[in-house]
Design a protein around this ligand. Structure first.
Ligand SMILES: [Zn+2]
Length: 465
């Protein structure tokens, strides 16, 4: 059955290349209905009177996560998809194309949330993917290759403390046993026991048999729609971000050692004040990062012994530094190390000692040119029909993600890129997180166009020959 004036594959021409991408449209109200229907499972933190004015608390592998998984698979089956579950509970649904032997184009994100999460982070990506499949299904569209959707387990790392762990196992970057043995951060049962990922996968019936590996489930490529989680698109009045990669970051724990002594009797020239020294270091890291166009953040500071009228002998603080380029990040680190030593030794009265401990090293991620090109071409076409709001006349822009995503891991094993949508006030990981229905639909429409372009490119370059 053909709708929207598009010939189905049963039509006279019957070939996919005769389709005009732009005539296939996602259904905004159906997309929003699916998002809010699914958010019944795990809704929490009401902030307004409207039924949709709640946040979410759908922690990975809890009862609500089981319910949304059941809903996901049931939805996929109505679209004639072949579904499977792997050893990490990753859910795959694939709509066969004309060449169903070749690896599918996959669209993915996650359905788990933070304990005080919102209705869009991850959820928009999975629902946009399902909406794309609904459009293909209702138009009897036969794609060249297969096209599917994946729901990655525990992307947030909020319950089991390793972010994007299950796409990490799929990419063979995280060992299966390491992931299975991750214990939840807070006990969920009455016995006070901390459950592991494997126990919870078993309990809710989502411990699959399919190996969690790119070798068992290869993908032609991976596209992900996600809210920006920052304010840039909104401030610049643009509608969509073409994401080229993810910025590099490093985490450190820095220990400053001084000497504890009396606050009233120790003159400045005799002090080794580790807290004052740490404060200067934090201010310096901010200055250095700004000079290099990066970011630095200190989120935790602890001082010992912790007394009002005694200087701290030891202060430990965390330092998170970020930049879009690895070499610039290395420069920030080097400058911080040099400046910290100088400040500790020469600008802290009698001097303090510093130790650096590296906690995380995450290099910059560069998405694949073919995927970026497909998203860019689609974005350009989609925004053509929209009223101009941006001062410089461009409703889309290139972006580098400030946060990590499952796409960082898929990018290691298949071409990948992402699509960003505006996020109200740049707020996420918060119940009031919001992306307007129109912007959600734009994200899904860009995804649809990107997937169809990529599918066409595969046929033209001979992937199915
Ligand atoms: Zn997310």
């Amino acid at each position: 059955m053909a709708t929207n004036g598009v010939n189905g594959t049963n039509g006279v021409n019957g070939t996919y290349s005769k389709h005009d991408f732009s005539s296939l449209k996602v259904n905004e109200s159906r997309l929003m209905d699916a998002i809010h229907t699914g958010c019944k499972y795990g809704a929490a933190h009401r902030y307004g009177d409207h039924p949709t004015e709640t946040g979410m608390a759908r922690l990975s592998l809890n009862d609500a996560d089981k319910q949304i998984r059941d809903w996901f698979l049931a939805t996929a089956e109505t679209l004639n998809c072949k579904t499977s579950v792997d050893q990490m509970g990753n859910l795959f649904a694939v709509r066969p194309g004309r060449n169903s032997e070749a690896p599918p184009i996959m669209m993915g994100s996650h359905l788990d949330t933070q304990p005080t999460g919102g209705r869009y982070d991850g959820i928009l990506g999975v629902n946009s993917a399902l909406e794309v499949l609904k459009v293909l299904h209702e138009n009897n569209m036969e794609t060249e290759g297969s096209i599917g959707v994946v729901n990655w387990t525990n992307e947030e790392g909020a319950r089991f403390p390793m972010m994007a762990v299950s796409s990490g196992v799929w990419a063979e970057a995280v060992p299966l046993e390491t992931a299975w043995n991750l214990a939840e951060v807070s006990p969920s049962g009455e016995d006070g026991e901390k459950r592991t990922m494997k126990q919870e996968l078993e309990r809710i019936g989502y411990l699959g048999e399919q190996p969690a590996s790119y070798k068992a489930f290869p993908m032609a490529c991976h596209f992900e729609v996600h809210i920006e989680q920052g304010p840039s698109l909104e401030i610049e009045k643009r509608r969509v971000g073409v994401v080229k990669g993810v910025q590099a970051f490093k985490w450190f724990e820095i220990t400053v050692k001084g000497r504890d002594s009396h606050a009233g009797t120790t003159p400045y020239h005799a002090r080794m004040d580790s807290m004052l020294c740490a404060a200067k270091l934090i201010v310096e890291s901010n200055k250095i990062s700004k000079e290099h166009g990066g970011l630095s953040t200190t989120g935790i500071v602890t001082g010992q012994p912790g007394s009002i009228n005694t200087m701290a002998h030891t202060v430990t603080f965390t330092l998170d530094i970020r930049h879009t380029q690895d070499d610039k990040l290395a420069e920030i680190e080097k400058s911080c190390r040099t400046a910290f030593s100088r400040i500790a030794e020469k600008e802290s009265e009698k001097g303090c000692k510093i130790e650096w401990k590296e906690l995380v090293d995450s290099p910059a991620v560069n998405f694949h040119a073919d995927c970026i090109a497909a998203v860019e071409a689609s974005a350009k076409e989609v925004v053509q029909e929209l009223p101009m709001t941006a001062d410089d006349g461009q409703l889309w822009r290139y972006m580098i993600s400030g946060a990590g995503h499952d796409s960082c891991y898929t990018n290691r094993r298949c071409p990948t890129s992402m699509i960003f949508t505006p996020t109200k006030d740049g707020i996420s990981h918060n119940p009031v997180e919001y992306c307007s229905p129109e912007d959600c639909a734009i994200g899904a429409q860009v995804l649809l166009g990107a997937v169809l372009r990529y599918d066409k490119m595969r046929a033209e370059r001979g992937d199915f020959a």
